[in-house]
Design a protein around this ligand. Sequence first.
Ligand code: SME
Length: 151
Amino acid sequence: MKTDALKPQVSSIINQPDVVIKDKMQAICDLLQSAIATYDWVGFYMAHETEPTLHLWNQAGEPTDHTVIPFGKGICGQVAVSNANFVVDDVHAQDNYIACSIHVKSEIVIPMFKNAKNIGQIDIDSNTANAFNQEDERFLEWINQLVAAQL
Ligand code: SME
């Protein structure tokens, strides 16, 4: 399994002493983007404390203009409202989609919860269609739980 092999590295990032969580989140983005061939862009969008907007805290991959996303807009904004995983096999089949790159073909967004509140999400784009399955969902849920525990 491609993700099992990465769990020890994610754990060692999370367990580093004297490193702030934002830096650990960046290290996780860098690790996933470099280690998994179909993870072309990896980022964490986190909810504003009072406004209904998501803010890009970290990313690995091509820079994006979409650093702030209103709740309800795009795949990310829909997950901020639905609280549910969103696996998109073909982004071109989506009406409510924000394109960050013309190369992207599929996307996965997994919400992050703290005290049962949706506080943000991990978002991954792939230049390969149908790149994500339940293995990715379980792996990214696990990462989000580790991150949320330190926020
Ligand atoms: N495609 C996302 C926007 C974020 S980019 O993928 C980096 C969306 O539709 O919400």
